[in-house]
Design a protein around this ligand. Sequence first.
Ligand SMILES: NC(=O)c1ccc[n+]([C@@H]2O[C@H](COP(=O)([O-])OP(=O)(O)OC[C@H]3O[C@@H](n4cnc5c(N)ncnc54)[C@H](OP(=O)(O)O)[C@@H]3O)[C@@H](O)[C@H]2O)c1
Length: 282
Amino acid sequence: MIRIRELGGRILGREGSGIADLAQSQIPNPKSLVISGASSGIGLALARHYLKCGAVVAAFARRGDLLQKLAAEFPGKVYCYTLDVRDAPAIQAAATDFMSHVGVPDIVIANAGVSRGTLTEYAEDEEVFQNIMDINVLGMVKTFQPFHAAMREAKQGTLVGIASVAGFRGLPGSGAYSASKAAAMSYLESLRVELHGSGVKVVTICPGYIKTPMTDINTYPMPFILEADEAARRMARAIERGASFSVVPWQMGLTGWLLKRLPNWIYDPVFSKAPHKSRDHQ
Ligand SMILES: NC(=O)c1ccc[n+]([C@@H]2O[C@H](COP(=O)([O-])OP(=O)(O)OC[C@H]3O[C@@H](n4cnc5c(N)ncnc54)[C@H](OP(=O)(O)O)[C@@H]3O)[C@@H](O)[C@H]2O)c1
């Protein structure tokens, strides 16, 4: 088991300890963070994790009532910004406000995302494809953008993108979601290389299955599923280690690594029978 865990760590960047990570240093306890999608699931769990560690958090999401609930739990520690990550001027305004109070954040986590089953044969799914790409990919770019120059100037900070194991291969019935997460991973890699040597780190986190409202609607088996709090704890550990790429949980990293190497003549017939995500839910 230990050898498999090590293999996972060396090859997959398992939960923060991949080969590429060795070049990066540890990130001390963050004092301030920006987290998009902090109203629910992984984003909420990450916000709670860091708030319990004493950090100040800027929480982005559309459901302001849920952000206020979080703020009531941690008085004086949460800056709530009710916004849509597709709205660049709103994020710019939030970033300016937060930095005027708290300074340049130590970490910005672009976590907001949506998942929905899509099929090319349905014309009405075109709009869903558009939304998924706009939120999961461009929303990430728009979340980082207002902090990029300030972090560069400060020569420190970490930009964290939440991608997915679903971006490792094209999953049937999830064309938009898989494509958005593959795009997010490539974008994050470009950003990481662009920022190499600047003092600003970029961390890509690929969750496997995490128990959140996003997965609560799935009726198919979800191997190695983790509670959101435990997932947040592991993600924070990967960020703290300065991992460049991390899969949580590591078992899904190993699965993803094997899947990536599966030839199409095996992958196609096996995965054509895989359960599809429902097209009816957001
Ligand atoms: N759960 C998993 O198994 C899993 C696996 C792999 C990757 N992920 C990724 O992890 C991230 C979090 O997912 P989750 O499972 O925690 O799902 P979730 O519970 O549905 O949370 C999604 C979060 O994103 C926010 N969001 C969605 N669209 C937004 C928009 N246009 N503007 C601002 N905020 C928006 C939501 O807030 P509002 O609705 O209030 O705006 C919510 O806080 C996503 O990127 C997802 O793709 C999850």
